[in-house]
Design a binder for this molecule. Structure first.
Ligand SMILES: NC(=O)c1ccc[n+]([C@@H]2O[C@H](COP(=O)([O-])OP(=O)(O)OC[C@H]3O[C@@H](n4cnc5c(N)ncnc54)[C@H](OP(=O)(O)O)[C@@H]3O)[C@@H](O)[C@H]2O)c1
Length: 340
């Protein structure tokens, strides 16, 4: 792809949760977009519900039609599940693309796969994009972590800066981070840090509920108070709201009736595996991934509880101020520069 030609038209494959939100964001920022989805009906449903943005969106039913709808040199975003689906889509696109075209894998790829795909010498340009912020972020402004060739970044930089989130001072949250899988690597570590953040929040919640016998409303108020201080963050903010949520069926706190078994898609685990490969100490993230592994083994935990009994409620002697300080300290440790 020629760096002197910034991308104005773009294609997108995969109109799931993330792809459809990202496509609307791109269209809203003034970039015409052609879209294709494996299940054709999804494409038509997406276009039919795009409202005022539909005029910026070209729905297509075949990959050939998708490619034909984008002026060359083309840039096409893949937003499909990481792994085999990406390899399959790259293979399916190959006969349709020119050497100057660019395919951008914006899913949660393992950075080793992005390195492998780059090294394989695909017959078009290839870039790995870490996208953070979930559906809401994709729709209104994700954080974007770019890996690939600098000239390809230059061609898509104006569009990526336009759709990205903005920091408080207005700086776009999109950056070129290095070659090959650098963007996906940073995205994985970023997710690992988020695992740590969520685990620590869950643990202080557990201390407040079981150790201090605090009512759900008081726990919610405590998170809300912390969110006015140095802990201010999206996760602490929603923790306050979730802790207070009421379940109408049980007439009690919603959190008490949610199955306490967390799954994981892989990025936290990849961060830990990579840290071990590099002999880099990231104990807070490792503990968080371990806790998820334990959490998912619901039957084993139930068997253990049958032997050792449930957690004894109350009896802990710790202030919420000390818990706040522990959370701050844990966050600093989770974010310290472990990879060198
Ligand atoms: N959800 C998030 O918060 C989030 C955040 C950051 C990154 N991501 C990453 O973004 C990517 C997409 O996630 P998502 O949440 O949007 O997934 P999703 O809602 O499950 O959508 C998956 C999309 O990929 C298509 N697809 C599935 N398997 C395919 C295959 N073998 N070949 C071609 N297309 C296929 C699906 O098409 P059909 O309609 O035909 O099934 C659908 O359009 C993943 O890599 C995910 O890890 C997700």
């Amino acid at each position: 792809m020629n760096a002197t030609e910034p991308v104005r038209h773009i294609g997108l494959i995969g109109l799931g949760t993330m792809g459809s939100a990202l496509a609307l964001n791109i269209a809203e920022k003034g970039f015409p977009i052609a879209v294709w989805n494996r299940t054709v009906q999804v494409t038509h449903d997406f276009h039919a519900t795009a409202g005022g943005l539909a005029a910026m969106i070209t729905p297509t039913e075949t990959l050939a039609a998708l490619v034909a709808a984008i002026p060359p040199p083309r840039a096409i975003i893949l937003m499909v599940p990481a792994g085999q689906a990406v390899d399959d889509q790259l293979a399916a696109l190959t006969p349709h693309l020119d050497p100057d075209d660019l395919v951008i894998d914006a899913g949660n790829a393992n950075f080793h796969d992005t390195n492998r795909r780059t090294a394989a010498g695909l017959p078009f340009h290839f870039m790995g994009l870490g996208v953070s912020g979930g559906e809401e972020g994709a729709r209104h402004g994700p954080a974007i972590m770019v890996g690939g060739a600098l000239q390809d970044w230059a061609s898509v930089e104006p569009m990526l800066l336009a759709i990205a989130a903005r920091s408080d001072d207005g700086t776009p949250c999109a950056a070129y981070l290095g070659p090959e899988g650098a963007g996906h690597f940073v995205k994985a570590v970023h997710n690992g840090i988020e695992y740590a953040d969520m685990q620590m929040i869950a643990e202080v919640y557990g201390v407040m509920r079981d150790g201090l016998n605090m009512a759900a409303a008081d726990i919610g108020d405590t998170f809300a108070r912390w969110n006015d201080g140095v802990l201010r963050s999206y996760l602490v903010e929603i923790s306050g709201i979730v802790a207070k949520a009421h379940d109408r069926v049980s007439d009690g706190p919603l959190l008490d009736v949610i199955l306490d078994a967390a799954g994981q898609k892989g990025t936290g685990r990849w961060t830990v595996i990579e840290a071990q490969n590099l002999a880099a100490p990231i104990p807070v993230i490792e503990a968080a991934v371990q806790a998820r592994n334990v959490s998912a083994r619901l039957a084993e935990r139930a068997a253990g509880q049958a032997v050792f009994g449930p957690v004894e409620a109350g009896g802990m002697d710790i202030s919420t101020e000390d818990l706040e300080h522990a959370l701050i300290a844990g966050k600093i440790l989770a974010m310290r520069k472990a990879f060198r």
